[in-house]
Design a protein around this ligand. Structure first.
Ligand code: SAM
Length: 299
């Protein structure tokens, strides 16, 4: 296999000029031009010759070349049709790479993993387009994609939100959702000068290691996520009001207060002070209330 040619600014500029490529802001195009950062991503993703890697948004194929050398096979999904002829050029000779021209949010990744590797857990590695970071990460977790880890470049602020716990201003539904599915690690902070064009914000590489079983048990996973969303929808409101006002839930004020009291919290408690374990416990109390209500209707 060819040694990677991309990764430094000179070669990226040469490719962009050859194709008169115009950056599409709407697709969040900030290409990596730092080989040290690339090496760090590849190393921390712990890719081996047996791995199938999904790359989201290969751009001109910089990281794809490096991934192809480390993995057994790489499937790269790129939305921008204008990049496809460039990828055909830069990925020539890398015969373990498949490029799909599509919006990753429309691709059935579980089916892809089945087709490509009989449904064995895949590794996702990407310099993500920042405008859809959260939907991409949540789709990977929620759509039952067989997954062992996600190693991605995200906005620094998103990395902070993913890693934090109760008491921090960054703590929210994203922190809890990700921490339910995976253990997060910060790999590196990355400054804007490692990209072309330079983003306005700082970036960070994070690795999310998928749990085989979630760290908390709950009687109703769907209800847990509804409760989490409801608790952070109205940040300045109490937990009881957040739950009562949610369009997804139908508990009365008395019922939410009863569940919160069972948790050992006062009526003025706010959602942002609860840990994942407490959210799971609260969900179980609410689930019991729901069941009781159903049974009393039957009688
Ligand atoms: N991987 C390249 C690199 O590191 O130089 C490019 C990273 S750039 C931040 C994000 C890439 O994702 C762009 O190539 C962009 O066109 C692509 N992209 C944006 N939205 C996408 C989507 N919904 N589905 C697939 N690719 C997308």
């Amino acid at each position: 296999m060819r040694e990677p040619t991309l990764g430094n600014p000179q070669n990226t500029i040469a490719v962009l000029q050859k194709y008169n490529f115009v950056f599409q802001k709407k697709f969040g195009q900030n290409f990596l031009i730092d080989t040290h950062v690339l090496d760090k991503i590849i190393r921390s993703a712990q890719i081996g010759k047996e791995d199938l890697v999904l790359e989201i948004g290969p751009g001109i194929g910089t990281m794809t070349q490096h991934l192809a050398c480390a993995a057994r096979r790489v499937v790269a999904v790129e939305i921008d049709r204008g990049l496809i002829p460039i990828l055909e050029d830069t990925l020539e000779g890398y015969d373990n790479v498949r490029v799909i021209n599509d919006d990753v949010l429309k691709v059935d990744i579980a089916k892809l993993a089945e087709e490509e590797d009989q449904g064995r857990p895949i590794k996702v590695v990407a310099n993500l387009p920042y405008y859809i970071t959260t939907p991409i990460i949540m789709a990977l977790f929620e759509q039952n994609v067989p997954l062992s880890s996600i190693t991605v470049m995200v906005q620094k602020e998103v990395a902070d939100r993913i890693q934090t716990g109760p008491g921090s201003k960054d703590y929210g539904a994203l922190s809890l959702a990700v921490q339910y599915y995976a253990r997060p690690y910060l790999v590196a902070n990355v400054p804007p000068n490692c990209f072309m064009p330079r983003p306005k914000v700082g970036s960070a590489v994070i690795r999310l290691e998928r749990y085989e079983t979630p760290p908390v048990e709950t009687a109703d996973e769907k209800l847990l996520f509804q409760v989490i969303r409801a608790s952070f929808n109205q940040r300045r409101k109490t937990l009881a009001n957040g739950l009562k006002n949610s369009a997804e839930l139908d508990f009365t004020k008395e019922e939410t207060e009863e569940a919160i009291a069972k948790l050992g919290k006062g009526p003025a408690v706010r959602g942002e002070t609860l840990s994942l374990v407490e959210f799971a416990e609260l969900t179980d109390y609410l689930s019991e209330i729901k069941k009781k209500r159903k049974n009393s209707r039957k009688e």
